[in-house]
Design a binder for this molecule. Structure first.
Ligand code: NAG
Ligand code: NAG
Ligand code: NAG
Length: 479
């Protein structure tokens, strides 16, 4: 009886601690329990078969690799190794305009035959992962225009080798390449580029390694989120060329990824503000010429805005020395704004210069005005200031119906004293004064009446701008 009680106590003392440490114990026992669960139920035949296959595979692989010299290319001394290339583009872009480079994420597949890797057996092919790649000979392909290459190593190196029975080897690697791409920005923003990706063997010249496209299998899954943003992908072209270097002639394969710029972004950022600012500067022509502050500030504001827009358009832009199509447009808009401002300056200068020094009340006498309205029989020598009166006159008649230049005011051309020191050039070619003798003046000379300058501008500026736009867009969109 006592022994029974002792045994029970003993049993309890064993069970209780084990219960209290229950989870811990279970955890420790876990793997073994799992093993027990997941271990293949002893189906003897299958197990021996898999074991047989496994050992056979191990045997084949070891026999291949034991006598394998990965330092030598296949077919050395006999024939060049033909490497067939296949490429699939995972991501294209973004294209960095400032650095003139683009990013591309590719899976690069190369296939070649290596007789040393032939084997007999039931296994069709071996797949070796990234760690074993170094035990085989691999073509030393490199990307000629790459700036940075990132290999992907998570979770294992993203590369793979598959060895087929007949010695065919497929080597696949994924990488992200930052490659240089010379961008010709002359037609910016109507530009399109073809960004190359060229590769060749680093050490084996053409006589030792030949590259071939695998039926030009270039997988481009455009539906994927390519990060081209401003650009549209327009196609891909491949070329094969041989380049000579001091180390020999190398076979270079190049792919060109063609992209063209999406126009909308730049249009709204640059063209619309430029055109609107230019049109805004024309408002000046409808403002009275007396209100100098209004017209000057309008003109200066538009000129400054164009300057800002010009600077802004060059932001995030490579520092190319030539002017682009956009620069040209902005420059022309700038000139338009500048001319609008200058138009007022000229108008103001000429009127001011004429009126001020001779603005004595005597000259504004009505009878002189009356006289000028009549066909003047005598030469202007006697009335050197007659045109000043005329200006006053037209001023009073609201500038709209100033005296028409060629018709009525018949005075001889000579002898006009220029009070404001206007250059002889104006005197020669422009009839800025109302003394335009029909016969002499009209011969190959331009009649510009100062008081009509605003009227002229209201037509000339918009029409010129319109034709400039038509011409610009015709040229830009067709080139
Ligand atoms: C594979 O077997 C064939 C005959 O069945 C033989 O001629 C060949 O040499 C074998 N190859 C290797 C690598 O053992
Ligand atoms: C591009 O690759 C294809 C596929 O082999 C080939 O037929 C074609 O000639 C190549 N294009 C150029 C320009 O080499
Ligand atoms: C891509 O651009 C190159 C060079 O500008 C051109 O020769 C080729 O025809 C273009 N390919 C496509 C598909 O547009």
């Amino acid at each position: 009886m006592l022994t029974k009680v002792l045994l029970i106590l003993l049993g309890l003392s064993i069970i209780l601690p084990s219960r209290s440490e229950g989870p811990h114990v279970e955890l420790e026992n876990g793997p073994s329990a799992h093993d027990a669960v997941y271990e293949p139920q002893p189906q003897a035949a299958e197990e021996t078969q898999t074991l047989g296959k496994l050992s056979a595979a191990t045997h084949i692989l070891n026999s291949i690799l034991n006598n394998y010299d990965y330092k030598l290319r296949p077919g050395i001394g006999e024939k060049p190794t033909v490497v067939t290339v296949e490429l699939s583009v995972n991501t294209l872009g973004p294209i960095s305009i400032v650095d003139m480079e683009y990013t591309i994420d590719i899976t690069f597949c190369q296939t070649w035959y290596d007789e040393r890797l032939r084997y007999n057996g039931s296994v069709e092919s071996f797949v070796l992962n990234g760690n074993l790649v170094s035990q085989l000979w691999i073509p030393d392909t490199f990307f000629r225009n790459s700036k940075r290459i990132q290999e992907h190593v998570i979770t294992m190196p993203n590369q793979m080798v598959r060895i087929h029975k007949d010695g065919k080897v497929l080597y696949t690697i994924r990488m992200t390449i930052d490659a240089g791409c010379l961008l010709h920005m002359l037609k910016f923003p109507m530009d399109s580029h073809s960004c190359p990706l060229s590769f060749s063997s680093f050490s084996y010249p053409e006589s030792e390694i030949i590259y071939k496209w695998e039926d030009f299998r270039l997988e481009i899954n455009e539906k994927n989120s390519w990060k081209l943003f401003q650009f549209d992908f327009t196609g891909v072209t491949n070329i094969t060329e041989t380049i000579s270097t001091p180390a020999g002639d190398f076979m270079v394969m190049t792919l060109f990824f063609n992209v063209s710029r999406r126009f909308g972004f730049i249009a709204f950022q640059n063209y619309v503000p430029s055109s609107v600012t230019t049109m805004l500067s024309w408002i000046s022509f409808w403002i009275k010429k007396d209100s100098a502050p209004a017209r000057t500030s309008l003109g200066i504001t538009s000129v400054l805005t164009m300057t800002t827009l010009g600077t802004f358009s060059r932001k995030n832009f490579p520092r190319v020395s030539y002017i682009t199509a956009l620069d040209f447009y902005i420059a022309i808009c700038f000139i338009f704004c500048f001319c609008a401002l200058m138009e007022f300056a000229v108008l103001n200068f000429l009127t001011y210069n004429r009126t001020k020094p001779h603005g004595s009340p005597k000259l504004r006498h009505p009878n002189i005005r009356a006289r000028t309205l009549m066909p003047l029989p005598v030469s202007a020598h006697q009335y050197p200031d007659a045109f000043v009166c005329q200006i006053e006159d037209s001023d009073e008649s609201d500038g709209e119906e100033g005296p028409s230049c060629p018709a009525q005011q018949s005075l001889s051309t000579g002898g006009i004293q220029r009070p404001g020191g206007c250059c002889k050039w104006c005197q020669k070619y422009f009839c800025v004064v109302p003394k335009c003798e029909g016969s002499i003046w009209q011969q190959g000379r331009l009649f510009i009446h100062i008081y009509r300058l605003d009227n002229y501008s209201r037509v000339v500026f918009p029409v010129t701008f319109f034709f400039f736009n038509v011409l610009y867009w015709l040229v830009c969109l067709n080139l």
